[in-house]
Design a protein around this ligand. Structure first.
Ligand SMILES: Cc1cc2nc3c(=O)[nH]c(=O)nc-3n(C[C@H](O)[C@H](O)[C@H](O)COP(=O)(O)OP(=O)(O)OC[C@H]3O[C@@H](n4cnc5c(N)ncnc54)[C@H](O)[C@@H]3O)c2cc1C
Length: 476
């Protein structure tokens, strides 16, 4: 299969009935489909976009290949979730390990996080010698918490002690040094909620994967990861229908009986997996035909934030020698994540040229914006001005400029308000408080970042795999 071409079927070739229909070809949906198809199930994945991958897609402009949203993936070693998933599916991917894992740039200090967790602990212990022992204790407990959640050890003392805390409260229980706490919380942007709000469980699931196992970039761009999963799915006989929006989930009392496409036929199946926005699933596709209490719960939940994104294609003379990839923190919980993927994989741009991408927090109240085009222009200019402070004469080297707002993210993925991570990863919406993979409708499942375990590629891989196992265990 060509890297950018996908094994999509035509509507005319659709069968009347499938064992399982998956709505959405995000990573959670693709993984779920790939495992079910591998076990001989007749599976259809219906995707509204013309590419599979959801937030894990890439687009090309004038020879520059930009990642739409995801910049790297955790858990890719052979012992971790993504690595094990690929092995089970018989897939080999060329991952480039990032070193340093990230840089954290604060107004008054900065730190490069080494790729190996032991080196990071060592660096922190040298920088904060008076906290040496507490740093060791913290990492021990943090990793213990990770395993307790993964292995569902409900009687774990670590889980009992920290599971009900925000990450900020957990840090407070170990440390007094404010700079150390700021450093250890410096990657909260990966979950969208600051340390005072984000749950310790959510932070632990995300961070331990990155720190213990590293962060990886799929050579050729993040789309190659989605394409590889789509290929595994198709090779096992799965059918991927692109450019096809699902408009309705059809019910027979309290059981699914199929879907209706926006333009096209009704397709039958008595088992459905929704890999899409949960509000869309229950309020739009099912028109609220779910248990009232559950619906009330969904209604009360809060989305994670969305972002402004800038994509720059740069000429060969640009000087990126001193450039650092990572979080650039400003006041009031504002940050920018800035990366230059061509420093890791030169194949993304024409020879000698470079790419810089930025993910930036939005100011409070952005949801009320009326003129998105004007906002996009304003933020593009402000962000380029900011980058001028990091890369000498940046503006002179720009050959391609693209930008995206929450509206753009919503348009391409139909995630409500362009939410980057499904539901916000707060205490009230993590672990058993997040929507489960099962729903009140028997044989209607949720996979992806609106359900457990949570957001990020590694977590949605786990979610898709878990749902496939639930369906198989159910004797389907
Ligand atoms: C800017 C940004 C940067 C990020 N960076 C990272 C990162 O570096 N690393 C990381 O691990 N995570 C990152 N994330 C988070 C990560 O991308 C998501 O948590 C994850 O990809 C979500 O996967 P998903 O399976 O839930 O589906 P999604 O990616 O949400 O995909 C859902 C799919 O369903 C389709 N769909 C929706 N409605 C319908 C319908 N009615 N009919 C048919 N199809 C439909 C959509 O088109 C889409 O393809 C980032 C997110 C954002 C926004």
């Amino acid at each position: 299969m060509d890297e950018q071409r996908n094994p999509s079927i035509a509507k005319a070739d659709l069968q009347k009935r499938y064992d399982v229909i998956i709505i959405g070809a995000g990573i959670g949906g693709l993984v779920c489909g790939a495992f079910l198809a591998k076990r001989g199930k007749k599976v259809l994945i219906a995707e509204q976009h013309h590419l599979p991958g959801g937030y894990c897609t890439s687009f090309k402009r004038k020879g520059f290949l930009f990642d739409s949203a995801v910049h790297h993936i955790g858990g890719c070693s052979k012992y971790s979730i993504v690595g094990r998933c690929l092995k089970e599916l018989g897939l080999e991917m060329d991952f480039l390990r990032l070193d340093p894992m990230d840089s954290l740039v604060f107004p008054s200090f900065s730190i490069d996080i080494p790729a190996e967790i032991e080196d990071y602990i060592d660096l922190l212990q040298k920088r904060y010698p008076e906290e040496r022992e507490k740093i060791s204790n913290f990492f021990e407990e943090f990793i213990r918490l990770y395993w307790a959640i993964l292995k569902e050890q409900d009687n774990s003392p670590t889980l009992a002690r920290f599971g009900g805390l925000t990450y900020g409260e957990m840090l407070d229980s170990f440390f007094d040094n404010p700079e150390l706490k700021t450093t250890l919380a410096g990657q909260w942007g990966y979950l969208g909620s600051p340390a005072r709000e984000v749950s310790s469980i959510g932070m632990c699931q995300m961070l331990v994967n990155y720190l213990r196992d590293g962060a990886y970039y799929p050579r050729g761009g993040t789309q190659t990861f989605a394409n590889a999963l789509a290929k595994a799915f198709a090779n096992s006989g799965g059918e991927l229908l692109l450019s096809s929006k699902v408009e309705e989930i059809l019910l027979n009392g309290h059981r699914p009986r199929g879907i209706r496409l926006e333009e096209g036929p009704k397709i039958s199946s008595d088992c459905i997996v929704s890999n899409i926005d949960a509000r869309q699933t229950f309020f739009h596709l099912m028109k609220g035909e779910v248990d009232g209490e559950y619906l009330g719960r969904v209604k009360a939940m809060k989305e994670s934030p969305s972002y402004f994104l800038l994509y720059l294609g740069l000429g060969p003379e640009v000087d990126l020698k001193g450039f650092r990839r990572g979080f650039y923190h400003g006041p009031n919980n504002q940050w920018k994540y800035i990366s230059a993927p061509t420093k890791v994989d030169q194949s993304l741009a024409p020879p000698g040229r470079h790419i810089i991408t930025v993910v930036a927090t939005m100011e409070e109240g952005y949801e009320e914006v009326m003129d998105w085009k004007a906002l996009k222009e304003k933020l593009t200019k402000e962000t380029i001005d900011y980058l001028e402070g990091l890369v000498p004469n940046l503006s002179k080297h720009i050959e391609v400029v693209e930008a995206a707002t929450p509206k753009t993210l919503e348009r391409y993925t139909l995630n409500s308000k362009g939410a980057a991570y499904g539901w916000a990863v707060t205490l009230e919406q993590t672990g058993s408080n997040r929507l489960g993979n099962r729903t009140p409708i028997e044989n209607l499942y949720l996979a992806g970042h609106w359900t457990n375990p949570g957001p990020g590629v590694c977590a949605v891989v786990s979610s898709g795999w878990r749902v496939a196992n639930l369906i198989l265990k159910n004797g389907r």
